[in-house]
Design a protein around this ligand. Structure first.
Ligand code: CMX
Ligand code: CO
Length: 183
């Protein structure tokens, strides 16, 4: 009678996959854990709301020497934005400042600016799998604002967590276009 099974599994880690010998019991524990633990691997960007995108970009360029990697208008989100790349990471993404000027007053950023003035609007964490991680977070009782991820900067896929469920921080989860292609 077989009483024990040992399996080699590849465990995704922060520095790539690593092989691990596990018994059936630890495999079960591991799978339960993987279903509930997210793999947010980096800060993708910090979103900063501003009244005048060009003037704010000029400040970041002149003061810190940061360079604009990308600009676009996202009509669905109601923003004109500039992404200033701060550094690259090994998981297919980079870290950015996202400068956001509203294209309409009733947009999320437009409403926030009218109430608070300029400043940090949200923080965004990067992951290889925004679908799985946002579902795992939803399962923990945090309000995920979209049923399915939507279009974000540079072809990324994004969703948001309600700030009231995140100790006052509007939180975005991002899978960059390059990470989506790898997946
Ligand atoms: N950070 C922290 N708290 C915030 C917030 C933010 N950015 N935005 C709103 N809130 C708080 C408000 O202060 C308010 O709190 P009180 O009730 O205590 O006053 C509460 O949330 C409700 O705010 P509201 O002004 O009534 O705004 P709405 O409920 O209509 O919208 C939210 C809030 C988070 C649902 C909306 O901003 C949203 O859908 N955000 C996600 C989309 C987004 O932000 N897009 C722009 C960025 C695009 C990108 O990153 O690419
Ligand atoms: Co953002």
């Amino acid at each position: 009678m077989l009483t024990r099974v040992t399996i080699n599994v590849l465990t995704p880690g922060r520095n790539g996959h690593r092989a691990q010998r596990v018994t059936a019991r630890t495999l079960r524990d591991h799978m339960v854990m993987r279903c509930t633990v997210c793999m947010l691997t980096r800060i993708d960007h910090i979103g900063i709301a501003c009244f005048d995108l060009d003037a704010t970009v000029a400040f970041y360029e002149a003061t810190y020497g940061f360079e604009v990697a990308h600009t676009e208008v996202n009509e669905e989100q109601g923003v004109r934005e500039a992404m200033l790349r701060i550094n690259g990471t090994s998981d297919g993404g980079s870290s950015y400042l996202q400068l956001l000027e509203p294209t309409r007053e009733d947009s999320a950023v437009g409403k926030w600016l009218a109430k608070n003035g300029e400043g940090v609007h949200h923080i965004a964490f990067g992951t290889a799998d925004v679908d799985a991680d946002s579902e795992a977070i939803r399962d923990k009782g945090v309000r995920v604002l979209y049923d399915a991820p939507r279009s974000g900067s540079m072809g990324s896929r994004i969703t948001f967590l309600h700030p009231k469920d995140c100790h006052g921080v509007l939180t975005e989860i991002v899978t960059s276009a390059s990470a989506s292609e790898d997946h």
